[in-house]
Design a protein around this ligand. Sequence first.
Ligand SMILES: [Zn+2]
Length: 195
Amino acid sequence: MPYPVVHVLFFLFCVGIVAVYAITGPLYRRELSFSDARKLLLLAFVGGACTLFPDIMVVYNIIINNTMEHCSIGSIPTHSLLFSFTAILFGGLVGYAAFREFSKAVYMAIFAESAFLTHLLLDDIAEGGCEYLYPLYSSPISVFSMMDTGFAAAGSLFHYLMVSIVSVFCVFVVILMALFALDKFGFEFGYRKEK
Ligand SMILES: [Zn+2]
């Protein structure tokens, strides 16, 4: 598994690169207010914390069982879409507590879910798959090994294209969720027409 710090930095600086880019100027010009700084810290906290949720059991197991086991709570795998509801719940509660607006709670939940899912994608790259679809399908699936499917393995051009589109689409959706949420928190991304 990638180290925890890799998960956090990957989400904040690779998926959240547009936010980092957007605040660099105002930060340099000292244009950020206290409430801006508070919001940024809150986003960094929620995003950073939720990238670590899938490995959360390692804390319990190190203390209680003296092992590094971290992939399940009982029979439920933590590297799954099912367990990602913990991130949605956490993001929603923090968002509501901070802004007292249902819509902001929803956007924070989407941001938290995106952070959680980047953890699964990184583990997928490092370890060759996650149990994304538990309990519907209990074996590990690898989004990235699908990308490596050739014409011969796919069997037909249609299947090859479908596999390629699905694998890229999974990564696209995760990044899009983070961008959508950031947009709702004031990072407005838009096309600027050249004059
Ligand atoms: Zn993990």
